[in-house]
Design a protein around this ligand. Structure first.
Ligand code: FAD
Ligand code: NAD
Length: 477
């Protein structure tokens, strides 16, 4: 193997592996360095997302959603009797999906001619990359361009140190293999709500402690309010303004000490998940003279097109500013590969959908009503409930709504916020509308097939001007 590449990517998560495939597709001689190995020493590709993030969590969410639906199948006249969940099989199914996908990435590397280099990558001066293999041997490779895609790791908090089998991060949380009676979660963010939902559906008493006084501060307030109402009915006990002050292990139990507005409290649980956010992973990645700088929060400093301070060195994904989302990482990877190949490329950071895969799902794209009002933008808002959709009724899935926000003066759609059973799929329609600069009228004039859940998007667009058909509008024009 020649030791010189057009592109060396460090990290094979959704940022890195996608960048490597795109670069190779564009005719660039590309290598991807990955340090993750399994217990047999074989390379593990796909990063956090495929191995301990997006995919395994969605596999468990799907299994437990199916369980919940089966439990409530009597609404359709289906008599099931008592049903039970084989948690070990659910986890084994999740593991199979993960291994299929990570092997798939290896296959894609092969098919596209990406060279996989196993080991810990470190960027030296002048775009040289040192790779240290498991046996400690180091090789230095040279590249015309380097893409850093080292991802992120969970934030740990001193009052709740990880403890094998009892106090868990996202990785441990995905491998719980029997239904705990009581589960504690620190952090009512995305992981807390998704993993809390998995176990609440199987009958676990779930208590979520959230340090902030406001629930889901990142979401539009209407979405957060509706979600809080629904999660309460699902036995997710979310305690706001609650700060963990310490933990104590007693045999197979964890005593969680916390303080809230009422004072000091304790809660005994069988498992505790810590999900208080993630931080960029840059440990051992950069030599002192690499020329790459970190920002004040420890992220790799990049410009709007992911260029670092070192010429020819780019960084993408969770290790740089912006939302920590797989699709954001991948799109940055594609943009950077295109730029390296000499194409014009730009990513639209204003249109990145966010989804929380609870049931109903929460999904949004663009600006919230609160952000737009704070910026002094005059807006009009259309809202339509799933309860008025015939297809949602047929599916017995009528919780939630679509809220569409358009500019009062130009009619351009500025944000779409959904609580609903299929929100993760519906939000793509909104993302396309925002990306194409659609007005609410554009969607009003689009023919949506009947009966589909998507009609709720159509009706929300009509509601922006007070013209929804299948509900009484508040205002008429
Ligand atoms: P990563 O996926 O973290 O990959 C980085 C890779 O680089 C790793 O394989 C690591 O081993 C390797 N690496 C690091 N340093 C080096 C080095 N020096 N040398 C060699 N290799 C190195 N996002 C979504 O969009 N949708 C979801 O549904 C979703 N669900 C999630 C659920 C959970 C439980 C978690 C934890 C995260 C979830 N995310 C989700 C977030 C998503 O996983 C991340 O945004 C995404 O993985 C970031 O991709 P990345 O390539 O930047 O980093
Ligand atoms: P998060 O930022 O979504 O939520 C963390 C929550 O913990 C916040 O609400 C925060 O206020 C709270 N918190 C922080 N410190 C606390 C403390 N000491 N005590 C109590 N609460 C505290 O982070 P996460 O849920 O850990 O997820 C990490 C990242 O992974 C997120 O940035 C997210 O983008 C990504 N992720 C995405 C998905 C998805 O796209 N569906 C799913 C899971 C994770």
């Amino acid at each position: 193997m020649s030791d010189k590449f057009d592109v060396i990517v460090i990290g094979a998560g959704p940022g890195g592996y996608v960048a490597a495939i795109r670069a190779a597709q564009l005719g660039l001689k590309t290598a991807c360095v990955e340090k993750w190995v399994d217990d047999k020493g074989a390379p593990v590709l796909g990063g956090t997302c495929l191995n301990v993030g997006c995919i395994p969590s969605k596999a468990l969410l799907e299994s437990t959603h199916q369980f919940h639906k089966t439990q409530h199948a009597d609404v359709h006249g289906i008599q099931t009797g008592d049903i039970s969940m084989d948690v070990k099989q659910m986890v084994a199914r999740k593991d199979k999906i993960v291994s299929n996908l990570t092997m798939g990435v290896a296959g894609l590397f092969k098919a596209n001619g990406v060279t996989l280099i196993q080991g810990m990558g470190k960027l030296l001066a002048n775009k040289q990359v040192q790779v240290t293999a498991a046996d400690g041997s180091a090789t230095v490779y040279a590249a015309e361009n380097v893409i850093l895609a080292s991802g992120s790791v969970p934030v740990e908090i001193p009052p709740a140190p990880l403890t094998e089998g009892l106090i868990l991060d996202n990785e441990g949380a995905l491998n719980i293999d029997e239904t705990p009676k009581r589960l504690g979660v620190i952090g009512a963010g995305v992981i807390g709500l998704e993993m809390g939902s998995v176990w609440a559906r199987l009958g676990t008493e779930v208590t979520v402690l959230e340090a902030m006084d406001e629930f889901l501060g990142v979401a539009d307030k209407d979405v957060a309010k509706e979600a809080a109402k629904i999660f309460k009915k699902q036995n997710l006990d979310i305690k706001l303004g609650a700060r963990c002050t310490g933990t104590e292990i007693n045999g197979q139990e964890v005593t969680l000490k916390y303080t809230d507005a009422e004072g000091d409290k304790e809660l005994v649980v069988d498992k505790l998940i810590v999900a208080v956010g993630r931080r960029p992973l840059t440990k051992g990645l950069l030599a002192d003279d690499s020329g790459v700088k970190l920002d004040e929060r420890g992220f790799i400093f990049v410009d709007g097109q992911c260029r670092t301070e070192a010429p020819g060195v780019y960084a993408v994904g969770d290790s740089v500013r912006g939302p920590m989302l797989a699709h954001k990482a991948s799109e940055e990877g594609i943009m950077v590969a295109d730029i390296i190949a000499g194409h014009h490329a730009q990513m639209n950071y204003d249109v990145i959908p966010s989804i929380i895969y609870t049931h109903p799902e929460l999904a949004w794209v663009g600006k919230t009503e609160q952000e737009l009002k704070a910026a002094g933008v005059a807006i009009k808002v259309g809202k339509f409930p799933f309860a008025a959709s015939g297809r949602a009724m047929a599916a017995d899935d009528t919780d939630g709504f679509v809220k569409m926000i358009a500019d009062e003066a130009t009619d351009r759609i500025l944000g779409v916020h959904i609580v609903g059973g299929m929100a993760s799929e519906l939000i793509a329609q909104a993302a396309i509308a925002l990306e194409f600069g659609s007005t609410a009228e554009d969607l009003q004039l689009t023919v949506f097939a009947h009966p589909t859940v998507s009609e709720v998007i159509h009706e929300a667009a009509l509601a922006v001007d007070g013209h929804a058909i299948h509900m009484a509008n508040r205002k008429k024009r």
